[in-house]
Design a protein around this ligand. Structure first.
Ligand SMILES: Cc1cc2nc3c(=O)[nH]c(=O)nc-3n(C[C@H](O)[C@H](O)[C@H](O)COP(=O)(O)OP(=O)(O)OC[C@H]3O[C@@H](n4cnc5c(N)ncnc54)[C@H](O)[C@@H]3O)c2cc1C
Length: 405
């Protein structure tokens, strides 16, 4: 491989993963474990007090990679999901409960703070001795033989770049890939809290006129909150004193878990839905939010991102084992085809649910209510929906089935 470097350090790898969020680190670990020479280019993570509800397939993938043991002490099992229509509208949906036991699972998945997940992944990447440049790259360019990534030491060369650099991906721009994006008039306020009464492993999603208000279990008598409201309201809530905010959340939660106290750290996330027109082009493959963003409803975002990471690692490892070019056009084309349907179907479902909450159009509210009524009353439909939510039939990469790539 030709080496391009302006400084004293020369770095080459088969694959360079750009971005050290969970999707990038999972891709890097899976590739390194398969013997692919991998380099991570990523700055140190910023504070993120969000949590992620990892569904069963993602937990299986992390277990298979040997990362889950370090996550488990910080994770809470999700055994039941309750959806409650908390709107004051004329047509309201019935309350629906989904129990993991109904589809033969102990739990749908586990909720974990992102900082613990990232720490476990970074420690495992270090244990596998994956080379890491602790900096953001300012530029990336591809040519017929590979990609050149600007790093502080000069430049690194790889056959393939995995763009795991989030919503404002420079990898996506470098590959010339556009997106379709819609911004919602909604912002999510996130924080973690302690409460008097136990949650019993139940995640509760209250559907309000401004979006979902979701409490997801954390270990002990703690939960994470995602509260979706208008942007001005989110700013006002985020500016409240701890005691004021705790009282306001308790009011919105109808005192479900008794008295609440908020933990330090609040996040504010404007909501959007965005999908890349292609998932791979010009020796650059996109994973995670570089490829797709969905609003935080039904815990789909990172679970999709981890399926991207598992799929790209599987295809690249196969090309590597066969002595082929890991960034070849046919590898990228297969990746694009394998991820598109999964990402699009989740986008459509989450977008439709979110819009149905925001609309004042009575027939749409009626349709949402009817759909939930059918789900509540028809057992096989409910169970099919649960299975599809946890493990999509059309997309089960090897890692999600408990096999190495
Ligand atoms: C409120 C909220 C709640 C959510 N809850 C859930 C949930 O319960 N379950 C779920 O599955 N999903 C959830 N999501 C979605 C989930 O948080 C995202 O899908 C996930 O964080 C995306 O991970 P990622 O690795 O793709 O990107 P990121 O975590 O954004 O990581 C991108 C990384 O790239 C790095 N980077 C950026 N530019 C460069 C560069 N030029 N060079 C090198 N590195 C760069 C950044 O520093 C960052 O570390 C939620 C999202 C929100 C907003």
């Amino acid at each position: 491989m030709p080496l391009v470097s302006r400084g004293s350090e020369h770095m080459t790898a088969d694959v360079a993963v750009i971005g050290g969020g969970p999707a990038g680190l999972v891709a890097a670990i899976a590739l390194a474990a398969a013997g692919v020479d991998t380099l991570i280019v990523a700055p140190q993570p910023q504070d993120d007090q969000r949590t992620t509800a990892l569904l069963a397939g993602s937990v299986t993938a992390l277990s298979t990679l040997g990362v889950w043991q370090a996550c488990l002490p910080h994770a809470a099992p999700l055994t039941t999901l309750r959806i409650v229509d908390d709107t004051r509208r004329l047509l309201r949906a019935p309350e629906v409960s989904f129990a993991a036991a109904e589809i033969g699972l102990d739990a749908f998945g586990y909720n974990i703070e992102n900082r613990h997940l990232l720490a476990a992944l970074a420690a495992h990447a270090a244990k596998l001795k994956i080379a890491r440049v602790n900096a953001a790259t300012a530029a990336i360019a591809s040519d017929a033989a590979g990609v050149t990534i600007e790093i502080p030491e000069g430049a690194a060369r790889a056959r393939l770049a995995i763009g795991a650099d989030g919503q404002r991906s420079i990898c996506r721009a470098a590959a010339g890939i556009g997106t379709s994006r819609h911004t919602y008039p909604q912002t999510a306020l996130t924080l973690n809290l302690a409460h008097d009464r136990p949650h019993h492993g139940t995640a509760t999603e209250l559907h309000t006129e401004t979006g979902p208000f979701t409490l997801v279990p954390l270990p002990g008598r703690r939960s994470s909150l995602v509260c979706v409201v208008e942007p001005e309201r989110a700013a006002a809530l985020a500016a409240m004193r701890d005691d004021e905010l705790a009282a306001e959340i308790e009011r919105r939660a109808h005192s479900l878990f008794g008295k609440m106290s908020v933990e330090p750290g609040r996040g504010v996330f404007p909501l959007a839905v965005e999908t890349a027109h292609s998932f791979a082009r010009a020796r650059i493959a996109l994973v995670g939010e570089a490829a797709h963003v969905v609003p935080p409803i039904g815990a789909q975002g990172l679970n999709l991102g981890l399926r991207d990471a598992a799929t790209v690692a599987e295809l690249v490892a196969e090309a590597h084992r066969n002595g082929g070019d890991v960034g070849a056009r046919n590898v990228l084309a297969r990746y694009d085809v394998q991820r598109r349907a999964d990402a699009m179907s989740r986008r459509i479902a989450v977008d439709a649910l979110n819009r149905s909450l925001l609309t004042d159009f009575l027939p749409v509210q009626g349709l949402r209510g009817l759909s939930l009524l059918l789900v509540d009353r028809i057992g096989p439909l409910r169970r099919a929906l649960m299975r599809e939510g946890v493990a999509p039939a059309a997309s089960q990469p090897r890692l999600m089935r408990g096999e190495m790539v």
